[in-house]
Design a protein around this ligand. Structure first.
Ligand code: DC
Length: 229
């Protein structure tokens, strides 16, 4: 058990485009806690696999890549995220849609998930951790005092993702993206290990049509009710 294992964890799980990334970053800043972007770890395994020309169904080799992943999560001077893989800045590549698609494939492999488990738990440090993913509340931090499951309609999730990608300068068609998200969510929810499902004790928050401020107000209420702020 690491020294920070007593630190509280707030789990935020949900499908692509449900607002997890935005909510987790705002919550982390508001509380002054650490952040685990577990999706980025799966995306990095997919990127490392592409670089090493490892097939996305070569489970033992992918699990080794996941176990040995040399990554660093930093911030630029302006506070933007910066993700390094083997010393190289891969921030933009990590966020591309094809990386997300490959990540969803490697994330369905039990040995890869197992290889990333300890690495994810190492992020648990004082004063606390905000954990963003699909199985934070069900598998990685089952003892967490607050588990939130964010959802939003499929249309809204696709249009948020579209906006995000455009802001990053990537070209994407809304219809194509909606279909990609549907396939990815189906795979994430239907896989045999750690599928995307709310934990039994998760609070579901539907963000459809609710501006970020409104979602954050609801989440701050939940945080306060648990005595976590
Ligand atoms: O949240 P994201 O889009 O960055 O996640 C990329 C993929 O990784 C997503 O399709 C599902 C997978 N994933 C997962 O299986 N478990 C997690 N805890 C986080 C992400």
């Amino acid at each position: 058990m690491n020294a920070g294992a007593q630190a509280p964890v707030i789990c935020v799980d949900g499908p692509s485009g449900s607002g997890k990334g935005t909510v987790c970053r705002l919550l982390m800043q508001a509380l002054g806690w650490h952040l685990l972007d577990s999706g980025a770890l799966y995306r990095l395994v997919a990127l490392a696999a592409a670089r090493a020309e490892v097939a996305l169904d070569d489970e033992p080799t992918l699990a080794r890549l996941a176990a040995d992943l040399d990554v660093q999560f930093d911030a630029t001077a302006a506070g933007a995220e910066k993700i390094m893989l083997e010393g190289e800045d891969v921030t933009r590549e990590v966020r591309q849609e094809h990386t997300g698609e490959a990540a969803s494939r490697v994330a369905a492999l039990p040995l890869v998930r197992e290889a990333l488990l300890a690495r994810q738990r190492d992020f648990q440090r004082l004063p606390g951790l905000v954990a963003d993913g699909r199985d934070m509340g069900t598998v990685v931090f089952p003892e967490a005092p607050l588990k939130i499951f964010l959802t939003a309609s499929a249309e809204e999730r696709a249009s948020r993702r579209h906006k995000q990608l455009k802001e990053m300068g990537f070209d994407a068609s809304l219809a194509g993206l909606a279909e990609e998200i549907r396939v990815r969510d189906e795979r994430d929810a239907g896989r045999a290990v750690s599928p995307l499902v709310p934990a039994e004790d998760a609070v579901c928050v539907d963000t459809t049509g609710i501006p970020v401020d409104g979602v954050m107000a609801r989440i701050r209420e939940l945080v306060q009710a648990r005595g976590l702020d």
